[in-house]
Design a protein around this ligand. Structure first.
Ligand SMILES: Nc1ncnc2c1ncn2[C@@H]1O[C@H](COP(=O)(O)OP(=O)(O)O)[C@@H](O)[C@H]1O
Ligand SMILES: [Mg+2]
Length: 404
């Protein structure tokens, strides 16, 4: 295709030069004008296009992370803040897209303008030469030389298309930006400073499959409970009842004599959510905390010394790839401690850790003031005895005391 066009160009150049040398040279100089935008505008368009593509990638990456962390974002009522920062990325990406479109339009506009100039220029010269009788210019010479005018029409058509594209993205921008409404916070009385967790006659079944059968349990503030039991006995179901993800058929669960609300607990699982940002951003979730508070929470989980000299600005990497499994879990716990949740619910958080790291993590959580319910399969009997952990098992719908 390229060779074909090149030959066609050379052939037509010979043809026009033969018709009238001087006017042909003038037409070609003017024609060269219309190539200028693509020489100088190409690099500009490439830059704008790269900028938009990077912004878009960053927005899509962020969206993926937010979807993966939706439970935690909800748990910490960070929807508004996370939505805002995600939306900023979207707006950034849309602005880059609009700017790319504007540049494309500008580019097309200049190309079109120069195409018009390159057509009118030789025409004016031709008419002038004919008028004063120079270079044997006739009307038919001029008409033949100007027969390449179709490119002007096609450029004009593109310019109109780009112009409507800009208008379209404007409408898109208006439609796509979500409305970051505040999350409803129930207006119940504040919790007592050391609330007791009380479970009374709790029964739960999935259809006919009984999981909990009249379970009662009372944990004073600060108690550490280890819940073990065979797979499928209902341990995770129990935590889902505590966090209102499931509704019991019978019985009650209260913390400080009130229904448990989302901001009473932190729920941490084996699949900890660490997103591609700094430790600071991972802790705050774009909510307001001072650096001092952040460092305090890192200290509580022994993470203040491990992550470079400046742990708050340490980059966690995609899915936290710059952190070890134990560090990720400790970061998740620091995120909960920062928000002073009185109840920590931990579902197999040591499942992916080796014994040494599991024991280390437990030594940290056993020193915390909060009430803690931890589900675990592997544990160190000596460690739980030394820390006066209450060890219970779920067996056939009943909670049975093992130790403590
Ligand atoms: N949404 C559900 N619907 C029906 N049965 C379920 C559902 N979730 C879990 N189960 C069943 O309930 C039992 C307890 O599950 P789970 O609480 O996850 O156990 P554990 O955490 O102790 O391993 C299992 O037999 C499981 O198959
Ligand atoms: Mg489970």
């Amino acid at each position: 295709m390229l060779m074909q066009s090149a030959f066609a160009a050379i052939a037509s150049a010979f043809f026009v030069l033969k018709i009238n040398f001087v006017l042909a040279i003038i037409s070609m100089i003017f024609a060269a004008l219309s190539i200028l935008p693509s020489i100088f505008g190409g690099a500009m368009l490439d830059r704008a296009s790269l900028k938009w593509s990077n912004a878009n990638k960053s927005y899509l990456g962020r969206l993926k992370e937010v979807l993966a962390g939706v439970d935690i974002i909800k748990n910490y009522q960070a929807e508004k803040q996370i939505l805002k920062s995600t939306n900023n990325k979207l707006v950034g990406s849309e602005n880059d897209y609009e700017s790319l479109n504007n540049k494309q339009f500008l580019f097309q506009y200049f190309a079109w303008l120069l195409a018009v100039v390159s057509m009118i220029g030789p025409l004016a010269f031709g008419l002038y030469f004919r008028q004063v009788g120079l270079f044997n210019v006739t009307i038919s010479t001029i008409i033949t030389l100007l027969s390449s005018s179709s490119s002007v029409v096609s450029n004009l058509r593109s310019a109109i298309q780009y112009f409507s594209a800009i208008k379209a993205t404007h409408a898109l921008r208006q439609a796509i930006i979500p409305n970051a409404e505040t999350h409803d916070q129930s207006s119940a009385a504040p919790l007592p400073s050391k609330p007791e967790l009380t479970i009374k006659d709790l029964s739960f079944a999935y259809k006919n499959h009984a999981i909990l059968d009249d379970v009662s349990l009372s944990l004073p503030y600060g108690e550490k409970l280890l819940l073990s039991g065979d797979s499928g006995t209902g341990k995770s179901t129990f935590l889902n009842l505590l966090t209102n993800k499931l509704l019991a058929q019978k019985g009650s669960i209260t913390l400080g004599q009130q229904q448990i609300r989302a901001n009473d607990y932190a729920y941490i699982t084996q699949q900890n959510w660490v997103f591609d940002a700094s430790v600071r951003d991972n802790l705050t979730l774009d909510q307001n905390f001072s650096d001092q508070q952040l460092v305090e929470s890192l200290k509580e989980v022994n993470l203040d010394q491990e992550l470079s000299n400046d742990p708050l600005d340490y980059q966690c990497g995609e899915e936290g790839k710059n952190l070890s499994g134990g560090q990720k879990q400790r970061l998740s716990i620091a995120r909960a401690l920062l928000r002073k949740r009185p109840l920590l619910l931990l579902d197999e958080i040591t499942a992916a850790l080796d014994d040494r790291n599991s024991e280390r993590l437990r030594n940290i959580i056993y020193q915390l003031p909060q009430t803690i319910i931890e589900i675990a399969h592997h544990y160190n009997d000596q460690q739980i005895a030394e820390n006066q952990v209450l060890h219970v098992q779920l067996r056939a719908g009943k909670i049975v005391k093992v130790l403590g």
